[in-house]
Design a protein around this ligand. Structure first.
Ligand SMILES: [Zn+2]
Length: 89
């Protein structure tokens, strides 16, 4: 799992807190007890204590995986069809 850092927090239109990450992604940090208990999102002190903390970013993991498995075929156009005369079999 890819690690990143929390660089800030903001709220969405529903008042749920969103962590802004160093990698450019964001992650909801909802406080919905008893299912999701993140009481630290409810105070400025709690949020600031999480700034700079390393967390796992599943979005980065997906992007990383896609970059490694994608691609291929690059360079096919560089040699071009110019050499198609004469050299067969
Ligand atoms: Zn990320």
């Amino acid at each position: 799992m890819a690690l990143t850092r929390i660089t800030g927090f903001r709220q969405d239109q529903d008042g749920d807190w969103i962590a802004e990450l160093a990698c450019g992604h964001t992650q909801h940090v909802r406080h919905r007890p008893p299912w999701q208990s993140r009481p630290w999102t409810q105070t400025a002190e709690g949020r600031s204590s999480l700034l700079g903390v390393e967390i796992e970013c599943p979005l980065c993991d997906d992007a990383d995986h896609a970059a490694k498995t994608g691609g291929g075929g690059a360079g096919a156009g560089l040699l071009g069809p110019a050499d198609s005369s004469g050299r067969r079999g």
